[in-house]
Structure formats: structure tokens, C-alpha cells
Design a protein around this ligand. Sequence first.
Ligand code: GCW
Length: 711
Amino acid sequence: MNPYLRLLTFLIPLLLQGISPLFSKDGYKLWLQYHPLESPQKVQRLMGAIRVEGDSPTLAILKKELQLAANGFFDENHPLAFDYQEESARLIISKRSPQRWDPADKGSLGREGFRLLQNDAGAIWIAADTDIGLLYGTFKWLQLMQAGQSIPAAGFHSEPKIQRRILNHWDNLNRTVERGYAGASIWNWHRLPDHIDQQYHDYARANASIGINGTVVTNVNANALVLTPEYLEKAAALADVFRPYGITLYLTARFSAPMELGRLPTADPLDPEVQEWWKKKAEEIYQYIPDFGGFLVKADSEGQPGPHNYQRSQADGANLLADALKPHGGIVMWRAFVYSEDTPDDRAKQAYQEFQPYDGSFRDNVIVQVKNGAIDFQPREPFHPLFGAMPQTPLMMEFQITQEYLGQATHHVFLPSLYTEVLQSDTYVNGPGSTVSKVIDGSLHGYSLTAMAGVANIGTDRNWTGHHFHQANWFGYGRLAWDPQTSPETIADEWLRLTFTNAPEFIKPVKKMMLQSHEMAVNYMTPLGLHHIMAWSHHYGPGPWVTDRHRDDWTATYYHKASENGVGFDRTASGSNALEQYAPELQEKWGNLQQIPEKYLLWFHHVRWDHPLKSGRTLWDEMALRYQKGVDEARENVATWQNLQSHVDEERHAHVLSFLKIQAKEAVWWKDACLLYFQQFAQSPLPDGVEPPEKNLEYFMGIRHRYVPGN
Ligand code: GCW
């Protein structure tokens, strides 16, 4: 052989070996890793004889997914065929038909549900009534195989409990992302509609794999431009990509668009010309996007225009758009995040006051989108009092997946714990057991529309979400939107297996780390019901001293009210009485200093520093020890992860490790800054076990971060 050729044959494999890890383990593949199966024989046998019935863009995606999985699961090259005869097929993917199915199997699968069954001969059937149901079923089956699990003997049935499972992107047309910490917006509006980036497909595929079926691609702080033909054409190109993955596209609507785009003198919802303008606009949108989902609207909030500008109600505003969309099947998701510019009252009370009196006045294609708590995505908040208070108006949940107030890109906080805490909270409106999840899934009040939204944490970072572990929050959000009863533990377990490995020595400690991460972050940021004490505007790091700004309710002192007499916001009858917006059972329990769960203590009460808590310690000592506990755990996480090096590829291991170190360092920053600040009022020494700060309060107050992303 020619010596050059010989050199090449020697060099190429070496080069490939050297190069491929660089590209393969950057996290881009999310939970769809498809790493080699530990015992591949059985799955290999099944995938060696597949029958997929039917033909559609969705089924083409399904076949491609099976091929991708096979390429990863098995060592050798494994081209699949999908046309085995029924008798010889071992994996059958088909819609249900009366001939094939056991007459006992009459139960509904809905538009999106599926069933996995195994027959006596060991063949697997993935069954559904729609192509998208088949795709969901296939993803689930592949996930079970990756996780080393099998289908239960009685089969596996799954149907979403919530109709619309949506991501909200706070992405601007210029590709900045409000409160986005993982790079720029993945929507490249400038290149659309002609260039379809592969990432749009990958995004849709990732969402379909966890059952997300809708996306609002533009920021709620809306730009009317997206409703112009130029941008509608671009949005339509995205909708075309998403459609076969079962994903519906929605847009945000700026309330003043009739003035900005239509040059009308008003945007008054009761003005006939305004109504006509929206009607025409809706018709136009549906010409571009025949299955357009509808509008998400932020109105009368933080500078956004809305019906208040014309002394009209939120219902007037929502109904205007609902009427325009109705003939086309679209819906309006009208946000309840409305609060006054002038701080007339406790901010926590305002959304309820604004919406509750209008229960029953909204059109049937309106759903009111309510944040999980009454302030704003704090590390911990009691559930929003609107849940349970609007039996005649469908309410949907808005969770934040992006971590605006929770350490942003670098702090590992597993959010399904937070989501579940809210979903399982009891509103008591129809007696005990009236949980928020039953409000949301429609079962409590018989809502005909149900939905959940998650503010996305996705950007152009190679691993999509900045922190590898924040992929678990996207994943977990999808799982909970499909079934709000899914436990955080199940979600963590599944995500770890799909993303990293099934090794129990890895799963056990890392799962523990994930499951305690929310409580840990609450401890080092805002223990015992403290809230909104982050730095001004960008919310990165502590800022309990923030005071005296143009709006009171954006300052920290407004919320913690610390003085020598104590700390906390009195929301009982002696204070703002926000408590009155909850059911009597909760008023009684939370209004009582002895009975209120300590996690909500300073949310509802102003408490003396020497007030004794359940531990027997004073409020001050307990607060200080909680901050320390958060720090200790953040440090332990670094050690835990360091020990797991042999289970994780080098690239992801190093990435996560450096972020965990940042988190541990910043937990100390939080602890020191907050304790020094509150100590001025508590006037007590730090209790034993709390490390004294190395810097003084002035130092912390002097820290300025100028270019925090997402701001
Ligand atoms: O959480 C706050 C954010 C704003 C955001 C607003 C909202 C999109 O600080 O950046 O605006 O809430 O939810 O509308």
C-alpha cells in the first residue's frame, strides 16, 4: 500500500476517535441520548421486525426516531425495515381497529393517548387512535427500553390530563430573550422563512418526546410587528415544521396593535372599528397558519397596553380577541399577571381583585393564565389565590422554567419539586382535596378548556438550557403538563436514566441531589417565606437592601419590611389581609402564627426576631441556620458530583462541576449578604454552626453586575 494511504488509514480512525467525543457529549441530544443498551438482545429482536401501518409526515418522523434509537442502542449498524407482515412482526405500531383489538379494549385513548401491550408471543403493540398518539407511544416505548424497564403485564396506558401543554418563549424578534440565560433566541427571524434551521426540527422532536403540544414563540412583552404579513410568513414556516410533531403555534398579541399597525385612533375593545380590525387580522393569520392556536396576551401590566387604557375590564379585553379567533377555532390565553403601576395595595392581592369579580364573563374560548403564585416566580410562593376562585372561567397554570429568581443559568434547582408543591396544594374550595392540580386539569369545576404553560429556558447554548441539569426542568415540565400527578422522584429517575446512565451508583446520589435542590436553594436565598429580595432589575444575586426606587413593589424592603421589631409582610387581617382571598380553612391555618407552615411564615406574618419556632430556636437563629444549611448542601453537591466522574463523560462532567462550584460560591454570597443585612435589625450574634462572613455588608452592597443576560 502507498505509504501515504497507509498513514491515512492509521490516522483517520485516530482523528475520528479524538474528535467525535467533542461533538457527541455536549448535551445537544438532551434526554434522547440513545446510548447503548446494557442487554440489547430483546430490544434488538423486537426492532428487527417492525410493522408501522399507515403513512403520514408524523409516521415518517416516528420511523426516523426508531432508526435513530436503533443506531444508538446497538453496537452494529442496524438499518430498520417497517413493513413486516403482521404474523412475523414483533413490534407493531398501528391505530386501533376492531378486528385486531380485544373487544374489552374499548376504552377511549383520546386524540393523543396511546397504549403499549405485549401479546403472548412476546410481540409489542403500540396502539393509538391518531398518528400523534402513535408517536407519543413510540417515544414512551423507547424511553422505557433505554431505562432498562419493561412493559407491565397488564399493558401501559397513557393519556394527557391537560389538553394544551405549552411552552412560552419570552423571545424577542431581535433574538434577545427576556429572562433567558442560555444564549440567544433559537428563532432566527431574519433568516426565516427561507432557511429552516435543523434546530427547529430538533426542538419540535424534543417537545414531542415529552408530550408538549404547543408553543408561543414570541415574548409576552409583545411586538406588534409579528402580526404583519412579513412576520406571519416567517411564523407560518415554523408552524409547518412543528405540525407533524403535534405542536401548535401561538403568538403573543399586543393590545395596541390596531393603532400601531392599523393606524386606528384607539384600541378600545368596545370600538366597532377595533373589533373589525382584529377580525380581519385573525382571518389573515389563518390564511398563513390554518391551524393557528391563538393569542397569549399580557395586558395592563408592567407598561403593556390593555383594556384599562379605556376603562374597560380584563374580560372586555379578552373577549375582543376571543370573538375574532372564534370562527377559526383559536383561543385566547389572557394573563392574570396584572398589577397597578402605582402600588395602591399589596401587589399580592391585585390580580384576584382584577379578575375574580369577572368570573363567568369571559367567552368560552378564553382561558386565564395564572402564575403559580401571586407575586412573581419566587423561589417559593404559596399558590395563587385565583386557583379555586373562578369556577366559571377556565384557568391555566403558568410556571417559569427559566430561573429568573432561582440563580439563573448556573444554579442547579430541580423545579418539578416546586411545581408539585403548588399543584398538590389544597385550595379547600370544594372541601379538602380540592387541589390546584384538580383546578388545572378541569376536574374540580368542569372546565372545558385546560392548559399549562411553562416559560421556556431554551436558547442557543449547545446544551439548550445553559446548565445540563436544567434540561431536567424542561423535561419535568412536559411530564407534569401531561400528568400533574407524576412525582418529582419518577421524573428525576427517568431523566437521569435517559440522559446519563442506569447505573444505580450514579442514580441514587444524583437523584437525591436533585430532589433536595429546591429546598436547598430556598434555604440559601429566601428561607421561611422571605421573598423578592434579589438584586434590582436583573434579579441576579441578593439585594435585600434594595429600596426607594420608582416603584415600591419592585424593591426588597417593600416585601421583607425588616426593622428592629421583626421581619415579614403582614398579610393577615391586621395587615393587607391578602389572606382573605383564600378559603376559610387556609385563613384559619395560615393566619395563626402557631399553625402556619414555617415555609410560608414571613410571607403572611411580620414576626419578632426572638419569636420561638418549632425547633425551639428564635426566628433569627433559625433563619441563620437555614442559610447555612443551604450553603452546606451546595458544597456537598460539589463533592458528590466529583465522586461520580467515572459515570459521566468528561465534557458534561466538567461542565456540571464548574456550575456546581459557582452555585456553592454564590450560596455563600447569598448567606453572607442576607445575614449581614438582617443582622442590623435582629441585633443578635450568629448562632453556633453558622460561618461568619468574610466581608462586610458594604462590600456586598457595592457589588454591581452590569451585563446580566436576559435583562
Ligand atoms: O417575572 C417578571 C419579569 C418580567 C416579565 C414579567 C411577566 C415578561 O421580571 O421580565 O416580563 O414578569 O411575567 O410578564
